[in-house]
Every structure is written in C-alpha cells, then in structure tokens.
Design a protein around this ligand. Structure first.
Ligand code: A2P
Length: 248
C-alpha cells in the first residue's frame, strides 16, 4: 500500500506499487486482497490508474462489516496488499466497432475503470467525443470530481485532447444538483444527449461502456438493445460493452 484517500465515510481510494511485469489495458480489473488468518481473501477491482502509471490505483466502497473492505480501508502506507498477477475484463476499446461518440456510464464505484480509460490517449484517437457520466446519490459521492473537472483538462500532456473531446457529466439522484436523475432516465428522455450537445443516441454514431450494479446494467442494456445496439466482445465487436462494478 502506497497511499489511501478517504472521500467519504463510504468511499475510499488506494494506491499500491506496481510490479514491473504487470501489464493491463485501460478498463481492465485485477484481484486485490489481504491475507486474513493466513488465507488470501481476494476481490475483483477495476484499475483506476492509467496503463502508463508507475503505481496502481483502486476505488472502493467500504462495505459495512465487509470482510475485505473493512480491513482494506484501515490500511496505511507500507502495509502489505495482495495484487493479482494478471488483469482481465470486458471494457475494452477493441470490443467496440468504430463510432463517433463514446459514452462511459458508471454508477458509484463503477466510475473506476473509466478513470483509466479517460487517461488513455488512444480513446481520443478513436472517438470524437468521450462522455463520462457518473451517477451517484449525493454530491459528496462524486469522487474524483475535481480531478475530472479541473485537473485533467489542465494536464500538461492530455489537457489539449481532454478539453477538446472529454465531457464530464456527473448526475445526482437524491439531492439538488445541476444534473439530476438516473442515467437510465437521462438516456430514455434524451436529456443526456441534448445536455452534452449531441444528436439523440443512435447505433450509427454512439458506443457505450457500462459499469455499475447488476440492475443498472440490465436496465441500460434494455434501453440500448431497444435502440438496436448490440453487445460487443473481443471476438465480435459491437456497440456496447458491460462490466459489473464488483465490490458492492
Ligand atoms: P437512486 O438514488 O435513484 O437509487 P448506489 O449508491 O445504490 O450504488 O447508486 C448509485 C447511483 O446509481 C444512484 O444515483 C442510484 O439512483 C443509481 N441507480 C441505482 N439503480 C439504478 C438503475 N437500475 N439504473 C440506473 N441508475 C441506478
């Protein structure tokens, strides 16, 4: 463990060292855990850091009485964390057919894989616009907000691309905010596309990556399939890809 950051009583991020041989594609996850009573306890965590960073970063909720997260959250720099030797996952640019706009839709800690993707220059080569939507209950749950809204656009290397192409769209369901409502409702009503200045969502131009709860994924899948989009994989690319936000 290199560092820990507590966003709220329920959300924290941590960074670990990265083995020189550990490789991953933006959007993938690995196993993270601790040895508890001599036995490894591991859970899947999306990698939130960029593929070129020296450290690995993860974004987690603190599950009340959760076996792993209740211990992880109390760790301090220098404490040992188990990090898987491999990364895997479905949120891959290569699983999407070419398009104009890439919508990254995450709720809660489902933001994590997209933090890696929006720092990958390749995403800006493939898409004209990248729309990062983060749905949370309350404003204080919007972890990484100032990084996404302020720091990334000012980044020495990525800033130009980000200012030109990335739209960060946080949305809140349980208190007043400039953007309000569930991602599903914002898609169904057309509000999301019109708020970011794009035409209504369509199969020709729009590609999607989803990361959230099972219900969120199921509901958005229904919407996208209803619009004629189909799920992609590494063997057969499609218009959207889906990953469960693991630690819930
Ligand atoms: P809501 O407040 O209406 O439940 P959670 O903290 O439960 O993981 O939720 C994170 C965000 O995801 C909340 O804004 C929540 O809205 C929203 N959400 C929950 N279920 C769905 C769903 N099925 N589709 C879209 N958004 C959802």
């Amino acid at each position: 463990m290199q560092s820990v950051h507590h966003w709220t009583d329920e959300l924290f991020s941590f960074r670990t060292t990265r083995d020189k041989g550990f490789r991953f594609a933006s959007g993938q996850f690995t196993m993270i855990g601790l040895k508890i009573d001599g036995k490894p306890l591991l859970r899947a965590y999306s990698i939130a850091s960029a593929h070129y960073d020296d450290e690995l970063e993860f974004f987690s909720i603190k599950v009340p009485d959760g076996k792993l997260t209740s211990r992880l959250k109390d760790l301090a720099p220098g404490d040992a964390v188990l990090v898987g030797a491999k990364a895997t996952g479905t949120l891959l640019l290569d699983s999407l057919t070419p398009g104009r706009n890439l919508y990254l839709l995450g709720t809660g800690t489902g933001l994590a894989p997209f933090l890696s993707i929006v720092r990958d220059p390749e995403v800006y080569e493939r898409f004209e616009k990248v729309i990062l939507v983060h749905g949370c209950r309350q404003v204080r749950d919007l972890a990484y907000r100032s990084k996404l809204a302020d720091e990334l656009p000012a980044d020495e290397i990525l800033g130009d691309l980000v200012r030109d192409k990335l739209v960060y769209y946080p949305t809140i369901t349980r208190e007043p905010f400039k953007n309000r409502g569930r991602i599903t409702d914002l898609i169904a009503s057309g509000t999301l596309a019109s708020d970011v200045g794009l035409p209504p969502i369509n199969k020709q131009d729009d590609r999607f990556m989803l990361c959230g709860s099972m219900q969120m994924l199921a509901d958005i899948r229904t919407l996208l399939e209803g619009a004629g989009l189909s799920e992609g994989s590494t063997t057969v690319p499609g218009e959207f890809v889906v990953e469960k936000a693991f630690v819930e």
